[in-house]
Design a protein around this ligand. Structure first.
Ligand SMILES: CC(C)(COP(=O)(O)OP(=O)(O)OC[C@H]1O[C@@H](n2cnc3c(N)ncnc32)[C@H](O)[C@@H]1OP(=O)(O)O)[C@@H](O)C(=O)NCCC(=O)NCCS
Length: 141
């Protein structure tokens, strides 16, 4: 089952990100307070996949009014390669589409060749001519 994340899922989702080697910022933008606030925002669509009452997958969807972003896609290792990641992404894409947003993007770290293969299988095109720049008010926590 795929459903919208609630704060009751917070610890399980953070644990999944950790197990999936997905960098998270539990003292920064992924703190309990910040995630609780993000879950209330209309442009944030955070989903979890649940099996037998256990959180086995998650994805963070956000949009900026122009483009949709898929972040932090993760499926517990014993549930991988069963189509759960594909369903999580498809559900976020449907939400974006309902908001009138037809471009969906994701950022993948250079080492994560599995994730690249997965997103290519899901119809995403790799851009090798773009570099990611960011500006932060405070150091990473
Ligand atoms: C990326 C991840 C979420 C994929 O989840 P999943 O549930 O295993 O993916 P699915 O079973 O839905 O597979 C989707 C497609 O990717 C392919 N795929 C899945 N795992 C793959 C792998 N290890 N290598 C190559 N292709 C793979 C599948 O074959 C499928 O394509 P198909 O339907 O055409 O056969 C999972 O591997 C994961 O949690 N990885 C660790 C966290 C991570 O790196 N997340 C990405 C951050 S950007």
């Amino acid at each position: 089952m795929i459903r919208v994340m609630t704060m009751k899922d917070y610890a399980a989702v953070l644990a999944l990100w950790k197990d999936g080697n997905i960098p998270s910022r539990p003292k920064g933008r992924d703190s309990k307070k910040n995630i609780a606030s993000q879950l209330q925002q209309p442009n944030c669509y955070f989903l979890v996949a649940v099996s037998g009452g256990k959180i086995i997958g998650a994805v963070v969807g956000t949009h900026d009014g122009r483009k949709g972003w898929i972040n932090r896609l993760v499926v517990a290792s014993s549930y991988q390669k069963k189509g759960i990641g594909r369903r999580l992404v498809a559900t976020v894409e449907q939400y974006f589409s309902a908001q009138g947003i037809d471009i969906v993007a994701c950022l993948i770290e250079e080492w994560n060749t599995v994730s690249m293969k997965v997103f290519e299988q899901l119809g995403y095109t790799k851009h090798t001519d773009i570099f990611y720049y960011s500006k932060r008010k405070s150091p990473k926590t």
